[in-house]
Ligand binder design. Structure first.
Ligand code: PMP
Length: 315
């Protein structure tokens, strides 16, 4: 792995990363019976501090995904923030990073089911920068794949097995020369991108699919809704989006932990708006970067500082 971590939280404690290994018979490896999270930590050079973005919200979602998989884990979100803080301090993480918590059916066994299996949690973190090559203007395609349905594998959970759906969407989009794929749900509305939520802007109003449209309930999406409304005075409407609304939208962007706020400027060779990043997307993007790096005190409660409260050794 590039930028391999030095440590991991594994089977109840922090261990060297090289010791965090599972059997090839692990249930989750065969049946996709795991759920994961993706959290970013942002380094603030001036303050010499690492800020983790909304970890309580991420861990709450992770534990809800675990619940959908009938997992029995002895953790509360706040406890997981404590474990993560200890891990990042042990790792001495002093740069932008990505944190991957994973809950999984750990029993080495054959037999597809959710019950009568042991559940485990693992967390590791690695240095991480920009994930999307063209954050300032992506050319996307409407995927020929459909989003997994709530009655198939719930998209609102970040369920490992369901990511085959995302993998098909992104790899086929890239093979066809696009930067990403947007995927329709079973009733033909645009659900989201392969691993990010979608917003369009029409006549100054931001529109995003509702949480009942087979999307992941994105933490960045929730943050964007609040920033658009409270800081930028932009009305946000949560409703289904038709495919052709994208063709006539003034702006579009996808957002997520890895994608941050990425402008979508073309879809299937059609320009969206002017074909350049729009003003609302641009303003939101700048605001988001200021918030996540701890430059706006009003949103300090979204951030967990990692190094600040390290106890100083007594003289
Ligand atoms: N949708 C999907 C399918 C995703 O994988 C992600 C990334 N976690 C998102 C949306 C965005 O969610 P978040 O903002 O919580 O990272």
């Amino acid at each position: 792995m590039a930028n391999s971590p030095n440590y991991a939280f594994f089977e109840g404690k922090i261990v060297p990363f090289s010791e965090a290994k599972v059997s090839i018979a692990t249930h989750a490896l065969h049946y996709g019976t795991g759920a994961f999270g993706g959290i970013r930590g942002y380094w603030n050079e001036d303050q010499e501090e690492l800020y983790v973005f909304r970890p309580v919200d991420h861990f709450t979602r992770l534990l809800r995904s675990a619940r959908m998989l009938k997992m029995d884990l002895p953790y509360q979100p706040q406890q997981l923030v404590g474990i993560l803080t200890e891990l990042l301090r042990t790792e001495n993480m002093r740069q932008d990073c990505y944190i991957r918590p994973y809950v999984y059916k750990a029993t080495p066994t054959i037999g597809v089911r959710l019950h009568d299996l042991d559940d485990e949690l693992a967390i590791f973190a690695l240095p991480f920068g920009q994930y999307v090559d063209k954050e300032e203007g992506m050319h996307v395609t409407i995927s020929s794949w459909r989003r997994v349905d709530d009655n198939t594998i719930p998209a609102r959970g970040k369920i490992a097995g369901a990511y085959v759906n995302s993998a098909l969407i992104i790899s086929d989009a890239k093979a066809a020369g696009f930067d990403d794929g947007l995927v329709l749900n079973q009733d033909g509305h645009i659900a989201e991108a392969s691993a990010a939520n979608l917003f369009i802007v029409r006549d100054g109003v931001a529109i995003t699919p509702p949480v009942t449209a087979n999307i992941l309930e994105g933490i960045t999406r929730r943050s964007a809704i609040q920033l658009l409304q409270e800081e930028m005075g932009v009305k946000v409407v949560e409703r289904n989006i038709d495919r052709t609304e994208l063709y006539i939208a003034d702006e579009a962007f996808s957002c997520g932990t890895a994608y941050q706020v990425s402008a979508i400027t073309r879809v299937d060779y059609r320009a969206i708006g002017t074909g350049k990043m729009g003003p609302i997307t641009g303003q939101l993007r700048n605001l988001y970067f200021d918030v996540v790096r701890g430059r706006i005190s009003k949103y300090a409660n979204w951030l967990t500082p990692i190094h600040r409260s390290v106890a100083q050794p007594a003289d």
